[in-house]
Design a protein around this ligand. Sequence first.
Ligand code: NAD
Length: 354
Amino acid sequence: MKIALLPGDGIGPEIVAEAAKLLERLRRDGLRIETETAPIGGAGYDTAGQPLPDATLKLAQAADAAVMGAVGGPKYDALPRHLRPEQGLLAIRKSLGLFANLRPARLHPELAAASTLKPEAVAGLDLMIVRELTGDIYFGAPRGRRINVAGEVEGFDTMLYSEPEIRRIARVAFDIARKRKRKLCSVDKANVLDTSILWREVVTAVGGDYPDVTLSHMYVDNAAMQLVREPKQFDVIVTGNMFGDILSDEASMLAGSIGMLPSASLDASGKGLYEPIHGSAPDIAGRNMANPLATILSVALLFRYSFARDDVAERIERAVQTVLAQGHRTADIVAPGERAIGTREMGDAVAAAL
Ligand code: NAD
């Protein structure tokens, strides 16, 4: 199992170090894991003058999977756009063909009070958002500015999905639903958008191959409301790039801290980039304060989706549950009056629980 480690910037190196600690622990248990580390984002710019250095891309291409920390920071904010850290992230997703973004939102019962929603609305929450990541209005052409017949400036973008693009993301979502509660909700705006009408037709057709999965459809505006009204009605949600961008951030708040949520971005063969959903948190970088659990849970996803090792994924997820049940908390999830532990101590506790 060749795993590339891409720490990035800010808290990235601190949290990826805890993921590496866990991988080292698993290696000692007999798993044949090889890791290699390379810079990305601002760190890539500092060492090689580019946010995605060629050597980093080569390493990621040669690996079976990659674990990323986060990129970005005030030090790089004044750089021209093509050298900014986020470009490294966009470029690696595109170069590796990572079209399926999986974002599970699970609320650990011990953290029910950390959500801004009422505990009874979110306790036991376990949903998965599958977002298409390489198409839609973010990539559709033409786009730009033009002068209209009235001589006014207009901005425009193109929402666009091809049938194969919809079919492949639908298959990913149905396959995941099959491993869960077999309920898939496809989110679109088919009452208004032609792209969505096609989306709905294709998802419905793919559903014919999955008679054991219950498929439903929901308009995106309703989905935004249902996610905060009764989030536990959902098992798996599949949606396009823009709707998924917005809904997955909304769903992240259901689960309390941003420091708890992992993500996976997969290509057609299951190769993936695994990263926490949060950013580089420059405000707490270098202070041993960051919560490493989102990154550690991303490693669990890596074993589940890139190596089909559900057993290892579950071991990691159980270890995280154990440390939370034992009362270990980093600063972002600590209750008032409780003592918080640091990034390294949390990583040690998970490795010990494993
Ligand atoms: P952020 O996610 O970095 O931080 C938001 C808030 O959450 C901060 O208060 C931070 O301290 C806290 N936080 C984040 N992760 C945490 C963790 N693991 N443990 C405890 N607290 C945590 O978002 P931001 O402040 O908007 O952005 C900071 C930088 O990160 C920017 O340069 C931005 O472009 C970049 N960013 C990168 C990614 C990515 O690499 N995928 C995603 C979002 C933002």
